[in-house]
Design a protein around this ligand. Structure first.
Ligand code: DGY
Length: 328
């Protein structure tokens, strides 16, 4: 098991450019290597940079696998400034006694706001409408100009009813008078279902009954392309698909085809399978709002995520239990 040294300095890598005032207190407990240019280290470079470190502050852009860990015998703690941990081989970390922490809770409401914003923008075609206006194409008011789908009073199906899914359900039910359905690996206790005003459905039924489907589950190999051509075919004609989970959950070629054919009414996507690359068929798909993985990106929330990541690192480096460890 990797242990902290009894004497000698602790060393930490902050793998991306992070708010300096939040990182600075780390310098009281460790030598800190920062990344002022915010470059993403390619795997080989990341391995070299981490080789002599005891702690790592990472984001979702840094992939942690067994080969990297084998090159980092002193690594004791990996703190990721994300709630999702699909970029980290948790089993490989556990085998080596490396503690992994993440940044849940502090981003829940901000991410739910954004999921709802994407739903509204997609269903009401705000992206296409804005581009049309800016391109100078608007010559007159007309009856069905960008006439999209209603959000209020419609049925929302949420796939993944963790903290973020629940926060979206509350917005939908209480703020927009929507009927809320959800699908989750495990059904929620009745009091949470009641509080979210959400009814459980298996996935095919949720897809068939929803006007809008929003994906908010964690990524796992089992969830890869959970929404493919078959599932999209089950969705209502004119339905909206919103993805704030991970790109790999959706078969993007099938989604683009359904937008081009007109089967789906709209899509709102904040995450992509090969990000920052976006599937070319999505780039020119109609009624599709695309954003660069920013659902948690309000300034207060990104600062809170960074602070929590630093607090977790400090705790482990000082021999205290981390605040938000990842439990495999
Ligand atoms: C998260 O926190 O997991 C967000 O997707 C940012 O990467």
């Amino acid at each position: 098991m990797n242990r902290l040294p009894d004497d000698g300095p602790l060393r930490v890598l902050v793998a991306r450019a992070v708010f300096a005032d939040i990182i600075d207190p780390l310098r009281a407990v460790a030598e800190v290597e920062t990344t002022p240019d915010d470059a993403i280290s390619p795997p080989k470079v990341l391995r070299q940079r981490l080789a002599d470190k005891h702690g790592a502050f990472i984001t979702g852009s840094e992939r942690i696998d067994a080969a990297l860990l084998d090159a980092c015998p002193d690594l004791r703690v990996i703190s990721t400034m994300t709630v999702g941990v699909d970029h980290i081989d948790l089993a490989a970390c556990a085998e080596r006694g490396i503690i992994v922490t993440h940044s849940p809770d502090v981003l829940t409401e901000t991410t739910a706001d954004f999921g709802f914003a994407l739903l509204l923008a997609a269903a009401r075609q705000i992206g296409d409408a804005e581009r049309y206006l800016r391109a100078g194409k608007w010559s007159k008011w007309s009856v069905d100009l960008f006439a999209g789908a209603d959000v209020h009073g419609s049925t929302l199906g949420i796939v993944g009813m963790g903290r973020i899914g629940q926060a979206i359900a509350r917005r939908a039910a209480l703020g927009f008078g929507m009927r809320v359905l959800y699908h989750n690996r495990t059904r929620l206790p009745p009091q949470i279902e009641a509080e979210c005003r959400a009814a459980y459905r298996d996935l095919p039924r949720l897809l068939r009954e929803s006007d809008h489907v929003l994906l908010a589950m964690p990524y796992s190999p089992q969830a890869h392309h959970l929404i493919g051509a078959q599932q999209i075919a089950l969705m209502r004609p004119g339905a909206t698909l919103v993805n704030i989970a991970r790109g790999g959950v959706v078969d993007e070629a099938a989604l683009a085809a359904a937008l081009h054919s007109g089967h789906l009414g709209a899509a709102g996507l904040d995450v992509f399978e090969g990000e920052p690359q976006v599937h070319p068929a999505l780039l020119d798909a109609p009624r599709c709002v695309l954003t660069p993985h920013i659902a948690s990106s309000s300034m207060p929330t990104r600062r809170a995520m960074a602070q929590l990541a630093v607090d977790n690192l400090m705790a482990v480096l000082q021999g205290r239990p981390p605040l938000t460890p990842v439990t495999a």
